[in-house]
Design a protein around this ligand. Structure first.
Ligand code: GLU
Length: 424
């Protein structure tokens, strides 16, 4: 597809419609029958809850939250909880289905779920966040649990959020249940390496892709869009491998220095000032410009729909490694594939997070804790094997890496569903 052919074309930015299309493409390639498709594309359970919360000024606010369990065929459902002003039920449904396919891509024994609260955590105090989180945890505690559905952090939630959920759930049970959530603080049964896991897994996938493409990471350049948990840690892990980090951004804007800079110092600066913008020795660039910079590896590590039909022709990277969920639209995917830009899809590239969540849950259930070498060597093994599984389908079927990952994942869930059959 040439750039001009994209002009005038429009596409949906509704995450659930995008997720349905990605699923349908794989179902077509696999030749799944309509009944199985209906089963696998329909979320099993969607719970929407009102969350009355006392604000610091005495006012009563009511937030709306969701927990969606998309599929539990391969095991309990698993997936994070996000706090963001743009959270909608459709977005949570999309994110839940992506978790199903992500867990299946890397072969861990979980289905997919997601939760979210429509709120602006940046404008809330710790006390307000705690009260909102605990009431939400209480409302969804009917459907979560270590054997059924296990939440974790996502956008603007963290280990502290998980500690509040673990405590709320445990107080209602009458005993400590660490396995109800993952991404907990280490002191509450969290796993070593979980905080770095999304980024570490993504870097393992980038290393495998670079080998296939003949890119030497020691002389490579990278651009990171989004400087939260995934983006900032990916930046310094790549930097540790010798990759030159030339630009990074957060919600307030981007910074550039083609000579490269130290991403750990940028993180310290962001922790002090609230943004990467203004980091000494860099020039400011916009959030649109950062995506068009010439580099070897572009890591979108923020939200959905940042690479679309509108800007895909301007992407100037060799590899796009999706640390975020859903950063590339289906229209953009086709343009990037035609332009021979390799997209390492979210359900593979950011699966390190849920993989170490799985390790955390295994440690909680067994009450036996691993050292960091164990965690990272097992993570590397799973990420490398999964990359090679997806790469083989990509080569064999001549489809892009996303379609290949979906073919693998949807095929695994469909097989499990056929074996289990229907009850009643
Ligand atoms: N929120 C992360 C994701 O999107 C992690 C989910 C988990 O650990 O359960 O993959």
């Amino acid at each position: 597809m040439t750039p001009t052919m994209t002009q005038g074309l429009t596409e949906t930015l509704n995450a659930f419609e995008i997720a349905q299309k990605q699923f349908a493409d794989a179902a077509d390639i696999l030749g799944l029958d309509e009944g199985v498709r209906k089963k696998l594309r329909t979320p099993e359970r969607c719970l929407t809850v009102a969350i009355p919360t006392r604000m610091d000024d005495g006012r009563l606010e009511v937030f709306i939250g969701h927990r969606v369990q998309h599929n539990t065929t391969r095991g309990p459902s698993k997936g994070g909880i996000r706090f963001h002003p743009n959270v909608t039920l459709d977005e949570v449904k999309a994110l839940a289905s992506w978790m199903t396919w992500k867990c299946a891509t890397v072969g861990i024994p979980y289905g997919g779920a997601k939760g979210g609260i429509t709120c602006n955590p940046k404008e809330m105090s710790q006390g307000e966040l705690e009260r909102m989180t605990r009431r939400y945890a209480s409302e969804i505690s009917l459907i979560i649990g270590p054997e059924k559905d296990i939440p974790a952090p996502d956008v603007y939630t963290n280990a502290q959020t998980m500690a509040w959920i673990m405590d709320t759930y445990s107080m209602n049970k009458g005993y400590a249940v660490p396995g109800v959530v993952t991404g907990k603080p280490l002191a509450l049964g969290g796993s070593l390496g979980r905080n770095e896991a999304t980024a570490q897994g993504c870097v393992y996938i980038i290393e495998e892709a670079a080998k296939k493409l003949g890119i030497d990471l020691k002389t490579a350049t990278a651009v990171i869009q989004g400087y939260g948990n995934a983006g900032s840690i990916a930046a310094y892990l790549l930097h540790d491998l010798g990759v030159k980090i030339i630009a990074v951004s957060d919600s307030r804007g981007g910074i550039l220095n083609t000579q490269g800079f130290d991403p750990r110092k940028v993180l310290e600066f962001k922790n002090q000032t609230g943004s990467v913008v203004g980091f000494p020795g860099t020039e400011s660039i916009s959030n649109e410009e950062i995506l068009n910079l010439k580099c070897d590896v572009l890591v979108p590590a923020a939200l959905e729909n940042c690479i679309t039909l509108k800007n895909a022709v301007k992407i100037n990277a060799k590899i796009v490694a999706e640390a975020a969920n859903g950063p590339t639209t289906p229209g953009a995917d086709e343009i990037l594939f035609d332009r021979k830009i390799v997209v390492l899809p979210d359900i593979l590239a950011n699966a390190g997070g849920v993989t170490v969540s799985y390790f955390e849950w295994v440690q909680n259930v067994q009450e036996l804790y691993w050292d960091i070498e164990d965690v990272n060597s097992r993570l590397k093994k799973i990420m490398t094997r999964s990359f090679n599984d997806v790469y083989a389908i990509h080569k064999d079927k001549r489809i892009n890496m996303r379609k290949a990952a979906y073919v693998l994942a949807v095929g695994r869930v469909a097989e499990a569903f056929k074996l289990r059959g229907l009850f009643p």
